[in-house]
Design a protein around this ligand. Structure first.
Ligand code: SF4
Ligand code: SF4
Length: 98
């Protein structure tokens, strides 16, 4: 019967100095479309925050307050899931934005 190894039998590993983080990778420059927030139509449901794959929705307290454009890739998911009666997120071509 094989003897099972205990934890003392495992070779020493290395400690990773700094864990991997996506904060260093600003992906906003890939964007072809930019989401624009129409504040007066926003009902602060935070669906956009929940579905954004890049955590690029700014939240302060329990309110949506805009976008973090450094990380927004312009996928448009936030605009698609926004349930506000009058659209609260409009996608605009990056070339048409100032
Ligand atoms: S999904 Fe639309 S209504 Fe909801 S917080 Fe985001 S922008 Fe506002
Ligand atoms: S366009 Fe995509 S990446 Fe940008 S805020 Fe909306 S869901 Fe997030």
């Amino acid at each position: 019967m094989l003897k099972k190894n205990g934890w003392k039998d495992i070779a020493e590993g290395n400690l990773i100095d700094k864990p991997a983080t996506a904060l260093d990778y600003k992906t906003g420059s890939w964007r072809a479309f930019r989401p624009l927030w129409i504040k007066e139509n926003c009902i602060h449901c935070k669906f956009c925050w929940l579905y954004c794959p890049d955590m690029a929705i700014k939240i302060e307290g329990d309110k949506m307050t805009g976008f973090i454009y450094d990380y927004c890739k312009g996928c448009g998911i936030c605009a698609k899931v926004c349930p506000a009666k009058k659209t609260a997120i409009e996608m605009k071509k990056e070339t048409e934005c100032k």
